[in-house]
Design a protein around this ligand. Structure first.
Ligand SMILES: CC(C)(COP(=O)(O)OP(=O)(O)OC[C@H]1O[C@@H](n2cnc3c(N)ncnc32)[C@H](O)[C@@H]1OP(=O)(O)O)[C@@H](O)C(=O)NCCC(=O)NCCS
Length: 167
């Protein structure tokens, strides 16, 4: 059994590509990020790609994207290996994504999730995300997406909410 907080979160390196791709293929049956995209995202300037290491193996990853001049960062993807699920690694990755977003001067983090993804919806709810929109037929198979958001800074709450843009 792993204690909570046992993962080490760090920036992805090029030699993590195979592990990240395996996580992606295992975690998602639709809308998988292709290997070439994952390769591009490692060290790309407009994203932060993080991995969680448990027992010296990559057991999770998360990808946050930034848009120039936008105070909204977007969680593109997060996955934890099934064997390591329920041990707080998803929480740790989310906290690291939020910290990375604040460092890039983002005041909000937004994300999309399938309505039937109970584990992810629970995770986001526990961490203070709230649903603010639904996008019809967002995913490749025609499933809608729920959009969630969280203010990351005190300043976010003193300004008007950023408009929900369609990606
Ligand atoms: C969603 C996911 C990242 C959660 O990772 P995790 O490391 O298991 O999550 P944690 O252990 O940090 O759990 C944090 C919270 O998530 C929720 N959660 C995690 N697994 C859950 C499950 N199977 N069922 C219900 N809630 C769950 C719980 O609310 C939990 O909080 P609690 O421990 O206080 O009850 C993981 O299940 C996963 O990779 N899923 C497949 C990929 C995916 O769907 N990604 C999200 C796409 S939008």
């Amino acid at each position: 059994m792993h204690a909570q907080g046992s993962a080490r979160i760090r920036a992805a390196r090029s030699d993590d590509l195979n592990a990240i791709e395996r996580l992606e293929m295992a975690a998602f049956t639709h809308d998988q990020l292709p290997r070439d995209s994952l390769r591009y995202y490692i060290g790309a300037p407009t994203v932060v790609l993080l991995v969680a290491e448990c027992d010296d193996v990559v057991c999770g990853y998360a990808l946050v994207a930034f848009h120039r001049r936008s105070i909204v960062a977007r969680l593109y993807s997060i996955a934890v290996a099934a064997a390591y699920g329920g041990r707080g690694i998803g929480r740790e990755l989310m906290a690291a994504c939020e910290a990375a977003a604040r460092l890039r001067d983002a005041h909000w983090l937004r994300l999309e999730v399938r309505p039937d993804n109970e584990a992810a919806i629970q995770l986001y709810g526990r961490l203070g995300y709230r649903e603010f929109a639904r996008i019809e037929e967002f995913y490749e198979d025609g499933t809608d997406a729920l959009r969630f958001e969280k203010p990351l800074t005190a300043e976010a709450l003193t300004r008007p909410r950023p408009r929900p843009t369609r990606f």
